[in-house]
Design a binder for this molecule. Structure first.
Ligand code: PLP
Length: 679
């Protein structure tokens, strides 16, 4: 893949922006700026910014068309984007000019930013990784699409009531999304259920068609992904579902009333809500529908787009790669085979050659409870043609195993088949499908990849060693330092220049200041101001005063037994008891901060939240402990609160059970903000 430059970068126009904001509140709301609500001001400002993004967006897409670079489709059930406004301004290098322009209009940009709901279309690390990759790809000038689902409700909002987590629906689209663009011209039909009929055509070939199915219309919505300082704007394309045809009376007359209603319900249900499980497979039919829905639409559009520019489908892998974020999008493999064979009339071997050079799989976990295994009856009923194709991939793979191992002394071929088959014991194993059918299998940290090769996926590594590689996770310094911690960002730039913004290793030039007393003091002053900012947030949200001079010891991540928030709170209980027994013990004051959502059905995780809040109640209200320990549970941990929390952390708790956390990324966000890691 080669990176691209656009012909021109349209720079931010401050006067145009100010006029545009005033015009927008008028045309959108029939109001003056003074009359507009904060939400309306946010909308007016965002539309004004989008107008300026659009020009670069068009230029970028035109440049890609002319230069025809290879394009990556990053396919993911989750994109944990957070807010768009501040991030877009940062990457347009327009944050400070817009802040000034807002001030001149009598507005505070921070207040405006706070009006935007987080796009929380993800659970945790996996979804945030997808968002960070999009930022990086645009900044590096790679032609890239994110492909996902436009969930009506994203990750639930967490309320704490009487110490317990309560889930509240996240109606993030209630006020409309000023950054999105509906693209009905690229709508696709996605078919579910029914049966496959086979007939032989004039050339003696078998032709497969799905019949008696229900279908939905997938409508894409595009979100701009602004690269840093390069004028490049890539696209996150998320799909909405609509009924194929409106509720029609003649359908009623034909006796298809039931099917009309069902198709309408299917469309309504499919994109309704994000499954709130992190690292846990639930095996629900609706989840498989979601997976096939956005994958079928994305694959169809990727092939259509390629064929609009090229005439030889066989060269598809030279121009397209599908990167599968975990096994959730793995039906892309069979869907691509289906499109190539059924719509483009390629033979199996031709389609297989293309598919296996197009698809690549990222493994995120080795925990058995997270591995996707679909019961054959569910899978084949919902996706009859896709199941046929998976069956054939499996049949040929088993032949390959037999071919390779039948005459190898000391190898039990049947044992190999039992362990490696894609379909076995009544289940379709998605990880096996992804490994067999792609050109790349990557782990997300060096150690994790080694464990895959030597333990979890050892048989596959022995068979296909060339496929295995490591891509250690990363984070974007643009959001998690430049935007989240402007004081430290400016300080870093003052000391080592601004190259770190697009080339993070440059930040190591700070090393020469490690022992510099003045630099140390400046750093600590900045950390202190960020702790004051977080203390203010805590006072407003928790009604608890914390001392910004105390050590801020932070554990923020999804609540999971393997992540061991329980161990952390038990340690705090031990410290408390110890201080009660020895009140005169020398003790440096500490504020323990937690933030974590538990999956709605995860009992132990939810009980841990209650325990943390109960312990907080006791400790925070014990006069013997005043000035020594505080315990804070921050409600509704998400990307936006994360930015404030990382900037203020002294200690980063990374205490997951050894080998269970494949990579982790919050560790990196903490480090970037100068916190020390406790592990
Ligand atoms: C980075 C991030 C995560 C991942 O945190 P880990 O500690 O690596 O599990 C989860 N949620 C949010 C909001 C994040 O920003």
């Amino acid at each position: 893949m080669k990176s691209t430059t656009t012909t021109r970068k349209v720079n931010f126009d401050k006067e145009l922006f100010k006029r545009s904001v005033l015009y927008n509140v008028m045309t959108l709301y029939r109001k003056t700026l003074e009359e507009a609500t904060p939400q309306q001001v946010f909308q007016a400002v965002s539309y004004a910014i989008k107008d300026q993004i659009i020009m670069n967006w068009m230029d970028t897409q035109k440049a890609y068309e002319e230069q025809d670079p290879k394009t990556v489709y990053y396919m993911s059930m989750e994109f944990l984007m957070g807010r768009a406004l501040g991030n877009s301004l940062i990457n347009m290098q327009a944050y400070k000019p817009v802040k000034d322009a807002c001030r001149e209009l009598g507005l505070d940009l921070n207040v405006i930013e706070d009006q935007e709901p987080d796009a929380a279309l993800g659970n945790g690390g996996l979804g945030r990784l997808a968002a960070c990759f999009l930022d990086s790809l645009a900044t590096l000038g790679y032609s890239a699409y994110g492909c996902g689902i436009r969930y009506r409700y994203g990750m639930f909002k967490q309320k704490i009531e009487d110490g317990y987590q309560v889930e509240v629906p996240d109606n993030w689209l209630a006020d409309g999304n000023p950054f999105e663009l509906r693209r009905p011209e690229y709508a696709k039909e996605v078919k579910f259920g029914g049966y496959v009929s086979v007939r032989t055509d004039a050339n003696g070939r078998s032709v497969f068609t799905q019949e008696g199915y229900q279908s939905v219309r997938a409508i894409p919505y595009d979100l701009p992904i602004v690269g840093y300082g390069n004028g490049i704007v890539n696209t996150l394309r998320i799909w909405d579902a609509e009924p194929v045809e409106c509720f029609q009376l003649d359908a009623f007359d034909k006796g298809d009333y039931q099917r009309s209603v069902e198709q309408e319900n299917l469309a309504r249900n499919i994109v309704e809500v994000l499954y709130p499980n992190d690292n846990h497979y639930a095996g629900k039919e609706l989840r498989l529908k979601q997976q096939y829905f956005f994958i079928s639409a994305s694959v169809q559009e990727a092939v259509d787009k390629y064929m609009r520019k090229h005439d030889d489908i066989k060269k598809f892998p030279e121009k397209v790669t599908f990167q599968l974020n975990d096994t959730h999008p793995t039906v892309a493999i069979a869907e691509l085979m289906r499109v190539l064979m059924d719509d483009y009339y390629l033979t199996w071997d031709e389609a297989w050659s293309i598919t296996t050079r197009t698809c690549a799989y990222t493994n995120h976990t080795i925990m058995s409870e997270a591995l996707e295994k679909w019961p054959i009856d569910l899978f084949s009923r919902l996706l009859p043609r896709i199941y046929q194709i998976v069956e054939e991939i499996n049949r040929r793979f088993i032949l390959e195993i037999q071919d390779k191992y039948s005459n190898v002394p000391g190898v039990d071929v049947n044992e190999k088949i039992r362990k490696m088959a894609i379909i076995y014991d009544g289940q379709v194993k998605m990880a096996h499908l992804a490994i067999v059918s792609g050109y790349s299998v990557n782990g997300v940290a060096q150690l994790h990849t080694e464990i895959l090769k030597k333990q979890e996926l050892r048989d596959f590594y022995e068979m296909y060693p060339e496929k295995f590689n490591n891509k250690t996770n990363g984070i974007t310094q643009r959001r998690f330092l430049l935007h989240g911690n402007p004081l430290l960002a400016d300080w870093v730039t003052d000391h080592v220049g601004n190259e770190w913004i697009t080339d993070l290793p440059q930040i190591s030039r700070l090393k020469i200041y490690a022992e510099d007393k003045k630099a140390q003091q400046e750093f600590l002053n900045i950390k202190y101001q960020n702790k004051v900012r977080l203390a203010k947030y805590i006072l407003e949200h928790n009604d608890v005063e914390v001392d910004p001079r105390s050590i801020f010891d932070v554990q923020v991540k999804r609540l999971h037994e393997y992540k061991r928030q329980l161990m952390n709170i038990l340690h705090i209980m031990y410290l408390y008891n110890d201080l009660k027994e020895h009140p005169d013990r020398d003790f440096y004051p500490r504020t323990f901060i937690f933030g974590a959502k538990a999956a709605a059905g995860y009992r132990n995780a939810k009980l841990t939240i209650k325990l943390i809040n109960s312990v907080a109640d006791v400790i925070n209200n014990d006069p013997d402990i005043a000035g020594k320990i505080k315990v804070i549970f921050i409600e509704n941990y998400n990307v936006s609160s994360a930015e404030i929390i990382f900037a203020a952390a002294d200690v980063s708790e990374q205490i997951s059970t050894a080998s269970k956390e494949a990579s982790g990324t919050s560790n990196m966000k903490f480090m970037l903000n100068g916190a020390l890691t406790s592990q």
